[in-house]
Design a protein. Structure first.
Length: 319
């Protein structure tokens, strides 16, 4: 796999560089550069990091640091069985227990939470530093939840580290896990409190505690740039108003025409009555005058011109 020219291999930790000194110089440099790429891409592109870890593993499988890097790359891509094998190999090579919590989490990933709980109670846990013990507690609580023991998960996370006001690299994650566990047992008010505490400790944005807190508060985030607003044309309101005025004027003209027709009709009726008044009484008795026919049909179109404006339907309100 290609490696950028600016990666020299000198960027790795001095302890890892010390391990690579057992290799020929050129080989050590190649392995170091691949390890640097693993570290760079592990979070943003785990699949690419996994590829570089396999190259390093092929070049120097007897170096513990390489096996550890390969294990974390497998873990990041959810290849838990493969990761567990690498971590076990690394532990045999170094004799340390630092990887015990992540090994237990691999057991969880493989669908064996009972095995993870067994490891949480093993003597190796007492050899872990404080950060390692917190990680082991997080894994144990996760295993409890995997088994449907949500109340037990809450109790598992209750510790002096959780109660402490001091902020450590693992504080935000511990508070977040406790808040999530509380929410799982319908203790929403307490969960909200601990999500807020997680936000206070999460200076690097390692969790989405702020989003979870906003969700509990019923806050909805709306995109300020709405396509519907952009589609509006400033002159539309003016044109609609002009159209309304024009319609009103047409209505007034129609009313005036109707008034004129009524006046003409009255005049016609008066003209028809004059000859009838001049007729003699005998004529009226002999042949009653016929009443003029009146056209009662309204020739005006009774329908109105109504506008029916419509708005087209406006990742949040997705098309």
């Amino acid at each position: 796999m290609p490696i950028p020219d600016d990666v020299t291999g000198q960027e790795i930790d001095p302890s890892v560089r010390q391990e690579l000194m057992s290799l020929p110089k050129t080989l050590a440099e190649d392995v170091a550069r691949n390890l640097v790429m693993v570290a760079r891409l592990l979070d943003e592109d785990p699949d690419a990091a996994y590829g570089y870890s396999r190259v390093a593993l092929r070049l120097a499988s007897r170096v513990a640091a390489v096996r550890e890097a390969a294990g974390f790359a497998s873990y990041a891509t959810e290849r838990y069985s493969e990761a567990l094998a690498e971590f076990r190999t690394c532990r045999r090579m170094t004799g340390t227990v630092d990887l015990w919590p992540v090994m237990a989490d691999c057991e969880r990933g493989m669908g064996r939470p009972e095995r993870a709980l067994e490891m949480a109670g093993a003597p190796e846990v007492h050899k872990l530093d404080r950060a390692g013990q917190v990680e082991m507690r997080l894994v144990a609580a996760g295993a409890r939840r995997d088994m449907g023991q949500n109340e037990a998960a809450v109790v598992t996370l209750q510790s002096s580290e959780l109660a402490s006001n001091a902020v450590h690299p693992w504080t935000a994650r511990l508070r977040y896990a406790y808040a999530d566990a509380l929410l799982a047992v319908d203790r929403e008010d307490e969960a909200r409190e601990w999500f807020a505490k997680a936000v206070e400790a999460d200076h690097t944005g390692s969790t989405d505690a702020s989003d979870r807190l906003a969700q509990l508060d019923g806050v909805a985030f709306v995109d300020a740039l709405d396509d519907d607003d952009d589609s509006a044309v400033p002159g539309d309101d003016v044109e609609e108003s002009s159209g309304a005025v024009a319609d009103d004027e047409d209505d007034e003209d129609d009313e005036e025409d109707e008034d004129d027709d009524e006046e003409e009709g009255d005049e016609d009726e008066e003209d028809d009555e004059e000859p009838e008044a001049k007729a003699t009484a005998d004529e009226r008795h002999a042949a009653p005058a016929e009443e003029p026919e009146v056209d009662l049909t309204d020739e005006a179109d009774p329908s109105a011109f109504l506008e029916n404006p419509f708005k087209e339907p406006s990742r949040d309100t997705e098309d």
